[in-house]
Design a protein around this ligand. Sequence first.
Ligand SMILES: CC(C)(COP(=O)(O)OP(=O)(O)OC[C@H]1O[C@@H](n2cnc3c(N)ncnc32)[C@H](O)[C@@H]1OP(=O)(O)O)[C@@H](O)C(=O)NCCC(=O)NCCS
Length: 188
Amino acid sequence: MTDDIRWEVLEESTLTLPDHEAITALLAHAFPDWSHWYVGGRSWAGMQPERRVIARDTDGVVLAHVGIRRMYISVGGRDVLVGDTGLVAVAPRLQGTGKGRELMERAHAVLEGLAVPYGFLGAGENRIPFYANLGWHHFDDVVGDYTAFTAEGAGMPMTDQGGWMVLPVAERLEDWPEGPILLNGQQV
Ligand SMILES: CC(C)(COP(=O)(O)OP(=O)(O)OC[C@H]1O[C@@H](n2cnc3c(N)ncnc32)[C@H](O)[C@@H]1OP(=O)(O)O)[C@@H](O)C(=O)NCCC(=O)NCCS
């Protein structure tokens, strides 16, 4: 099975409509609560990624996906450049077989290639151990303000305490500023 999987790193501007449709189909399966959102070629939720790591089978079906976009966020009043990471998904039939780890290791390589100071993501509570296991640090008491996406397309202001996770890339974790996070926009 593993030999039948082809991994690719794609720049957003190279994606064709069939690429978007194949990614969208995976996201609808992996996030069933959001299947009304991932329709047709809408292969993103909030901020559109600039790079994607995808795994395909020999028929071109997308089996795993992660999106990354560089953006400045405010942390404790300081601007910090991050590689915002999201749309992390493995096809349900392959979950628990190590594909998520492989996907994120490839995402880490993309973040290193972009030479961002930090990787950044917002994780649901039950996903925090998955990322922590892969080297991401959880700031459990930090409050973050962001714009949540909705299926209607309108952005809604939201505040979450915890779930904010950081991967040191070009800078040290110790140098991540203290204080609340202000995204001033949507995440990938
Ligand atoms: C989250 C997801 C990407 C993980 O992918 P996966 O292929 O199932 O994960 P893997 O089999 O590669 O597991 C990697 C490691 O994380 C651990 N892990 C996986 N899911 C975990 C969880 N929910 N809690 C704790 N540990 C977890 C595994 O035990 C494994 O540890 P090991 O490498 O030390 O043995 C996948 O389950 C998925 O697509 N879920 C639905 C979409 C989703 O929730 N995405 C994340 C949004 S924040």
